[in-house]
Design a protein around this ligand. Sequence first.
Ligand SMILES: Nc1ncnc2c1ncn2[C@@H]1O[C@H](COP(=O)(O)OP(=O)(O)OP(=O)(O)O)[C@@H](O)[C@H]1O
Length: 251
Amino acid sequence: MTDNIIHIKGLNVQVDNKSILKNINLKVPRNKITVLLGPSGCGKTTLLKCLNRLTDLQPQLQLEGEVLIEGENIFHPKQDITLIRQKMGLLSQKPFPLPMSIYKNITYGLKIKGIRDKVLLNARVEQHLRDAGLWEEVKDRLHATSTKLSIGQQQRLCLARGLAVGPEIILADEPTSALDPISSKKIEEKFLELKEEYTLIIVTHILRQAKRLADNVVFMYFGEIVEQGTPDEIFNNPQSEILKEYLRSGH
Ligand SMILES: Nc1ncnc2c1ncn2[C@@H]1O[C@H](COP(=O)(O)OP(=O)(O)OP(=O)(O)O)[C@@H](O)[C@H]1O
């Protein structure tokens, strides 16, 4: 039986009577990569934001429905928002490392969690940088400022920083769109390794990336889930005309 870490039930999001998400029902399997695919403006980013309640920052959005993470509704008024966000690492299109050293980018979250022991901090910094595929490139300059890194390295640093907080789920919103092909490949390789330990939800426009990464593809159009399935089902046997047309246009 599939073990679903997230269960979205009847999620609607509106702004000024305009629907951004319409009756979203979705189960996200644990330790798999779920890819949200669809044309610009179909609501992919809004759906990601609902999952870690970043929508709280936009009070004009009206939400209805439930998002259960490990069975708990994250919209329940008694939910601890900090705990919810700790469960989820977020990687955005453009990397935003903290304007401090590579080392401090990682220890920042660890110190908030109360880890002060220098030996432990050093070990965790190395582990998270290795997990993000950056260690070999930066091990000799851990105390240099993060802003000197290339954009691709900055994105992997942001991944390492997110992992340091101990998430269960990694949300990534077009995480390679600002990167060159080699850096994109490195991020994709890491994602495939990370699903051993984490659940990943990745937004992408890139069909080939979705094919390479996804265990589960969710195709969205104008705020609705039109189809979902394995990459084989979605790419080789699409059912709806909208998806067929989207695939033909070869995004
Ligand atoms: N706070 C907001 N106020 C008004 N409209 C919004 C708001 N947030 C999102 N929208 C609208 O909702 C729709 C979905 O936006 P969203 O960013 O989720 O789409 P997307 O599929 O991620 O697009 P893209 O691929 O271009 O990033 C868009 O039409 C957008 O303009």
